[in-house]
Design a protein around this ligand. Structure first.
Ligand code: FES
Length: 122
């Protein structure tokens, strides 16, 4: 069983689009499904893809120490196991918890495409 860190953007545009409800749903579902020990919940952002929000980033928790500046809280890092979900709703968040977190099955159809290509995308 993998462990995860899940961040919901707390930037103003994502909040205006419902990010607080998405975060509340994540908190409730993780508790209801007994997944709190396997998934830490954070508020991150702004990630810079405001128009794609509410934005959520899920990363595998590999025991990596958090940088004091926590760049992962406001940008995609391109780490293995990092998944960016865009245009999130409470309903989509329930799926992310039930499938990605509970079953280690990322939901490809909900993946977001950031405007700025990752450095190794050419
Ligand atoms: S406010 Fe969420 S990405 Fe900018």
């Amino acid at each position: 069983m993998k462990r995860y860190r899940l961040s919901v953007c707390k930037g103003s545009t994502c909040k205006a689009g419902g990010a607080d409800d998405v975060y509340a749903t994540a908190r409730t579902e993780l508790g209801a499904q007994g997944l709190v020990p396997r998934c830490e919940l954070y508020r991150g952002g702004c990630y810079g893809f405001c128009h794609m929000g509410p934005n959520v980033v899920v990363r595998e928790d590999t025991g990596r120490r958090r940088d004091p500046l926590s760049p992962e809280d406001y940008q995609l890092m391109g780490w293995d196991g990092e998944v960016y979900y865009s245009e999130m709703t409470p309903e989509k968040m329930r799926r992310v918890v039930s499938e990605h977190i509970a079953k280690d099955a990322p939901i490809v159809e909900l993946f977001g495409q950031p405007d700025t290509p990752a450095p190794d995308d050419g």
